[in-house]
Design a binder for this molecule. Structure first.
Ligand code: URA
Length: 292
């Protein structure tokens, strides 16, 4: 694909990465814009900036401690949260590796807790390990993972550097079938404990299982609403998810495996990544403003 070479905000490497993914970078995060002289960010974005949809829940600035817009029935087992609340990283990983909370423990080669920086800025959450992940013990190492890596690289991000990657399910469902609600309910407390330990500054939920789980757990949508809302209506918005003691901005996007099957939607995924990068930059700027 021939990209316009004169695009001012993307260097050749990023343009090449996006071209390789089949994305025309008609939209880019403000965070990657060159700063105009004088410091104020007045450059006009090309294309349409996706804003939070006018929903009663999405895009609300919710302070820690404020009441949730809705109090959903937790999808995961509250007793399991209590069990895990005191675990540190080695204990948590050991618990994941030893887990037999659902039937998947019996058919995995190994559990896949997650990988990356344990003080990350970004937390990326996928669905469940696939065949390759089950073999290697690391999330997103197959074809979908390579696409994810290229998308991250286009934002100057790299797994392990300010990024942690995990899945909702820590064990591979047989033949890569969809996770069962019961499996999610049993496994989600591991992810929630990881989030408490990681304290990321933004969450990117990839695919409907990650979106449904985190939106319901985070009090952004009721579990029923999360289940019935198509992913296309959840993406392109910024949610504030209350996950344990943290209130975190969260953006939902397409799963890389879906994008491999539906390359026409890669551009939308890029828009979502840009939205997340912009949200992070704004959040950090307002935190720095409040501190200083
Ligand atoms: N798909 C996922 O959701 N997670 C992985 O780790 C691999 C593929």
């Amino acid at each position: 694909m021939n990209l316009p070479r004169a695009l001012p905000w993307l260097d050749e490497r990023r343009s090449a990465l996006l071209a390789e993914m089949g994305v025309s970078p008609w939209w880019r995060p403000r965070a990657l814009l060159p700063r105009p002289p004088g410091g104020s960010d007045t450059a006009t974005p090309i294309g349409t900036t996706v804003r939070a949809a006018p929903s009663p829940h999405a895009g609300q600035a919710m302070q820690p401690g404020a009441s949730t817009p809705r109090d959903p029935t937790p999808r995961s087992d509250p007793a399991a949260h209590t069990d895990l609340a005191a675990l540190d990283w080695p204990e948590l990983e050991a618990a994941i590796h030893a887990c037999r909370r659902c039937g998947l423990g019996a058919c995995r080669q190994q559990a896949v807790p997650g990988v990356g920086d344990r003080r990350p800025t970004w937390l990326i959450v996928g669905e469940a390990p696939g065949e390759e992940e089950d073999r290697q013990g690391e999330p997103f190492v197959g074809r979908a993972g390579r696409l994810l890596d290229r998308m991250l690289a286009a934002l100057d991000l790299q797994r392990g550097h300010g990024v942690y990657i995990a899945n909702v399910l820590k064990c591979r469902p047989p033949r890569n079938r969809n996770p069962e609600p019961e499996e999610i309910a049993r496994c989600a407390p591991f992810l929630l404990r990881q989030i408490a330990l990681l304290q990321p500054r933004i969450v990117l939920a990839l695919g409907r299982f990650a979106a449904q789980t985190l939106l319901a757990e985070g009090g952004c949508l009721s579990p029923e609403e999360a289940l019935r809302t198509p992913l296309g209506r959840l993406r392109g918005r910024v949610f504030q998810a209350r996950l344990g003691a943290l209130t975190l901005p969260m953006v939902v996007s397409y799963h890389p495996a879906y994008l491999l099957r539906n390359p026409a939607d890669k551009g939308k995924a890029w828009v979502d990544l840009c939205l997340a990068a912009d949200t992070l930059a704004l959040t950090e700027a307002s935190a720095a403003g409040a501190a200083g």
